[in-house]
Design a protein around this ligand. Structure first.
Ligand code: XMP
Length: 325
């Protein structure tokens, strides 16, 4: 078992050569820990779990069982990308769980943000544990814990496992091959493992996903409008030479009057938010070029049904948080 303390002599992994050396060391360590056993991993498609999965696949191949839970709150194309990269390209043992109805039914009519987060978190654990119980002979739980998670856990800020509550429900031994790495190092290792740039350099995305951006009680039609608008916002903002730290949109639960084809409409607004930050404690709004905003307004109002108005949120944090809920 590895320690939870980063050795002082450990170099900052910032070159492909150092990444390959780290990968070789971890492959040996994983094989020694796991032997012929099986490892289960919740694979969200985020940077940390993806790099952890890719490392485990290199080390133990089909002894790793990845479970990708689609809770219906993922961005457009995300579940497809996880399946393409891990099942088709890396030949991983991947179980895809379509839990969309289950999550959205539980969330129906729930408007309190904290209640929504609780439902999403506990439902995720239930779904994952059910999948684990269907499998036989699993002894290990893979987790994409990274070094800042460990430091925050030592400082008492949050529990260090990134899928809170899973280790308590499943009595498995943890395998955490990126736990001594900082985020930038995780990306360098991910790149060296052959993961696509769209996965390795992707912006942070909250665990409750689009659920905290479809404010109030989530409805399927508004969630779909949000998913489509978000895809346009990402596509357009990604044409910038330098990307904001985070960029997304929100579709709130109220309607405004509009006009389309000469007829009155009553549809949702869409709010674009792009921020820059170092530590997410203090955040500034990014001043997007006017032409880019103009393009997003035109595309969102013409391509996304039921959105008739687009706004930009320029508020720093504090007083506003990054997410609207
Ligand atoms: P806030 O809204 O608190 O966001 O200013 C700071 C950063 O944290 C992300 N965020 C979350 N991430 N689960 C997560 O995994 C959550 O419930 C959650 N809420 C906010 C947010 O996207 C931003 O990067």
């Amino acid at each position: 078992m590895q320690t939870d303390v980063r050795p002082a002599e450990m170099p900052r992994i910032n070159t492909p050569e150092l990444a390959l050396q780290y990968i070789d060391e971890q492959i040996a360590a994983i094989r020694e820990q796991v032997g012929g056993g099986k490892v289960l991993l919740a694979l969200s498609g985020g940077v940390d779990s993806s790099v952890c999965a890719a490392l485990l696949i290199r080390a133990i191949g089909k002894q790793l069982v990845c479970v990708h839970v689609n809770h219906g709150l993922l961005r457009k194309g995300e579940p497809e990308q996880v399946i393409e990269v891990f099942r088709n390209q890396m030949d991983a043992n991947l179980i895809y769980v379509d839990a969309v109805d289950r999550f959205l039914d539980k969330l129906a009519g729930v408007s309190d943000p904290e209640q929504k987060r609780k439902i999403i978190g506990s439902e995720f654990i239930d779904v994952f544990v059910e999948e684990a119980e269907k499998l036989e002979g699993i002894r290990f739980l893979g987790q994409g814990t990274i070094y800042p998670d460990i430091l925050e856990s030592v400082a008492g800020i949050k529990a260090h496992h990134n899928v809170g509550g899973l280790p308590e429900r499943l009595n498995f031994e943890l395998v955490e091959p990126v736990k001594l790495l900082y985020k930038d190092e995780v990306r360098v290792v991910g790149k060296a493992l052959g993961l696509p740039d769209s996965m390795v350099y992707r912006q942070p995305f909250p665990g409750p996903g689009l659920g905290v951006r479809c404010t109030g009680a989530i409805t399927r039609d508004r969630l779909e409008a949000l998913r489509e608008a978000d895809a346009i916002v990402r596509e357009e903002i990604e044409t910038l030479p330098e990307l904001p730290w985070q960029y997304f949109c929100v579709v709130p639960d109220f309607k405004t009057t509009g006009i389309r084809d000469g007829k009155r409409t009553f549809d949702w607004p869409c709010i674009i938010r792009a921020i820059s930050t170092v530590d997410v404690v203090e955040v500034n709004a990014v001043h997007l070029p006017y032409e880019l905003i103009d393009r997003m307004v035109k595309r969102i109002t013409s391509e996304v049904p039921h959105i008739s108005r687009v706004l930009v949120d320029f508020t720093p944090k504090p007083p506003a948080t990054v997410e609207w809920e």
